[in-house]
Design a protein around this ligand. Structure first.
Ligand SMILES: NC(=O)c1ccc[n+]([C@@H]2O[C@H](COP(=O)([O-])OP(=O)(O)OC[C@H]3O[C@@H](n4cnc5c(N)ncnc54)[C@H](OP(=O)(O)O)[C@@H]3O)[C@@H](O)[C@H]2O)c1
Length: 219
């Protein structure tokens, strides 16, 4: 697939490199092709070409938005025309002071981005863990159990596309529901950050989904 990244830092750079190594045609939608994050991503994966953001988005089927949240809304609005019909993977997290929700839990960041680029098909994904898990999603020793990547969005086909990319990257995509469920994912992210980074559990853990057949009387 043709993929592009708006933001190629810890999250964007890791995902871009891995998706390129899986055989996707990946570009960096770079406002400054000489910026340190672009150059670092290219050192990691020399096949990552930096393009003008509008050209990169226009040529892509899937666009990853991985800027700081404070820059995301303006970036989405500025690219809104080019994003028409594109799958927009929202990797951003609105984080407020003291690891609170950056929009006071009133609305998810993903819905704000959907409003900024109304013709994009927004899917929240690759947010609920630290970037270390996007660099390396391997959790050996659990048999066929894969780490879970919770995703949310209103467009079923877009979620299928993002789910396929999750699977290729070693995750079990778990559909958490409509885009409004992104608010819950953003809170789940805050929980992960507190556990991993504040409480000292470290970045090497993720969630997984265990399932069983419904028992009689269970809905
Ligand atoms: N770090 C994590 O563990 C983690 C995990 C999950 C989700 N997230 C979320 O992912 C997002 C990115 O985090 P990160 O840690 O990857 O950040 P980062 O390492 O600081 O990288 C940010 C990237 O965004 C670009 N950028 C900054 N302002 C921009 C603008 N106005 N327009 C276009 N591009 C801009 C930067 O480009 P320049 O180099 O040119 O400034 C850089 O490539 C955040 O929303 C964060 O909450 C982070």
């Amino acid at each position: 697939m043709h993929l592009t990244f708006v933001g190629s830092g810890q999250v964007g750079g890791a995902l871009a490199a891995r998706l390129s190594s899986l055989g996707h045609e990946v570009t960096l939608a770079a406002r400054d092709p000489r910026s340190e994050s672009v150059l670092a991503a290219q050192r990691r994966e020399p096949r990552l070409r930096a393009l003008d953001p509008h050209a990169a988005v226009a040529a892509a089927e899937v666009v990853f938005l991985a800027t700081p949240y404070a820059a995301a809304e303006a970036a989405a609005r500025g690219l809104a025309a080019a994003l028409t019909g594109k799958v927009l993977v929202d990797c951003t997290n609105p984080v407020g002071p003291g690891l609170t929700h950056g929009l006071a839990s009133a609305r998810s960041g993903s819905e704000v981005l959907q409003s900024a680029a109304p013709s994009a098909r927004v899917v929240k994904a690759f947010t609920i863990y630290g970037f270390e898990n996007f660099e390396d999603s391997l959790y050996p020793g659990y048999g066929g159990l894969k780490p879970a990547m919770l995703i949310a969005g209103d467009d079923p086909a877009a979620k299928l596309t993002v789910g396929t990319l999750c699977t290729e990257l070693g995750w079990e995509p778990v559909d958490a529901g409509p885009l409004a469920s992104s608010l819950h994912l953003e809170h789940l992210t805050l929980l992960w950050i507190k556990m991993a980074r504040l409480q000292g559990q470290g970045a090497g853990f993720v969630w997984a989904r265990l399932r069983r057949a419904l028992r009689k009387g269970e809905a």
